[in-house]
Design a protein around this ligand. Structure first.
Ligand SMILES: C[S@@+](CC[C@H](N)C(=O)[O-])C[C@H]1O[C@@H](n2cnc3c(N)ncnc32)[C@H](O)[C@@H]1O
Length: 285
């Protein structure tokens, strides 16, 4: 069986440099604008292709070490290429943040943008790890996405995927069961509501400040949304289908996104929160 370009892209979460311009990259400067003083060590968790690390190193000559932890081998390789000019100021580690390994660093700043939902329901593990790796007075800058959710825990990208599956002949009401059968948790379930998250964060950190913005995704055509979906979600959702149907699925997701763009003037919009956190002494976990 031949694999389509989008399937090959999704398998390695490729094309993120382009795709992230539609949504995720806006977190980078939003977060880095909140870094104060002259940090020496920064840790970025789920560091992707190294965009935040590179920008932090440019902004802060004081940084002697910028460390990225990331699970995807392909993303780490892309980050290593991008960050090679910074030499020994960069360290990249392959790590699974659902059980992060101890590191010999204490960071002035820890960042994590657009990642926490992938760690559901064991986010407490990374939160405890961050608390233990912050230098005294250090801060944790975290962004979290909060799509509205329905009674099935669907929202955001889940709704677009449900439209795409309906386009391919699946009854919309059977989509939650299909997800369940394949162990796919809706993203809107993974992204905890802000009040629930505040309670979880409060076990480890003091919330010093928080800000909110709306992340609006717009596209010029269906192909651009197909590309964005494959770069961002990989084959997370596509696994609910047999391999022979996945190329058609990615095309249908592109069409579903484009249909929203045509009808509403945007594919999606959802609140994003930026939390500035400091370690709580005597935390519970
Ligand atoms: C939406 S991207 C965000 C990347 C980057 N932080 C940004 O804001 O552009 C989510 C990243 O988290 C990584 N990721 C997801 N689950 C992970 C895990 N369990 N451990 C480590 N990294 C993970 C993915 O590989 C991906 O690079």
């Amino acid at each position: 069986m031949t694999v389509s370009d989008t399937e090959a892209q999704a398998a390695v979460l490729g094309g993120y440099d382009d795709a992230s311009r539609l949504r995720q990259v806006h977190d980078r400067d939003w977060v880095l604008d909140r870094v104060t003083g002259d940090p020496e060590v920064l840790l970025d968790l789920g560091s992707g292709i190294g965009q935040l690390l590179g920008a932090a190193l440019d902004r802060h000559p004081s940084l002697r070490l910028a460390v990225g932890l990331e699970r995807s081998e392909h993303r780490l390789a892309e980050a290593a290429g991008r960050l090679a000019p910074y030499g020994a100021r960069v360290a990249l580690h392959r790590a699974d943040l659902t059980g992060p390994p101890p590191l010999p660093h204490r960071a002035d700043v820890v960042t994590m943008t657009s990642v926490l939902h992938w760690l559901y329901p064991v986010e407490h593990r990374v939160l405890g790890w961050v608390r233990d790796h912050l230098a005294p007075g250090g801060s944790f800058l975290l962004t979290t996405y909060h799509p509205a959710r329905d009674g099935h825990g669907f929202g955001g990208e889940d709704d677009i995927v449900r439209d795409a599956l309906a386009d391919l002949g699946t009854a919309p009401e059977s989509v939650p069961g299909l997800f369940d059968d394949h162990g796919v948790l809706p993203i809107a379930t993974r992204t905890r509501p802000a009040d629930e998250l505040a309670e979880l964060l409060g076990q480890f950190f003091t919330v010093e400040e928080q800000w909110e913005r709306e992340a609006v995704v717009t596209v010029r055509d269906a192909a651009q949304y197909e590309h964005f979906h494959a770069a961002t979600f990989g084959d997370y959702y596509a696994t609910v289908l047999e391999p022979a149907h996945r190329a058609a699925f990615f095309r249908a997701v592109g069409r579903a996104g484009w249909e929203r763009q045509r009808r509403r003037g945007r594919v999606s919009a959802m609140p994003v929160r930026l939390w500035k956190l400091t370690a709580r002494s005597g935390g519970t976990a």
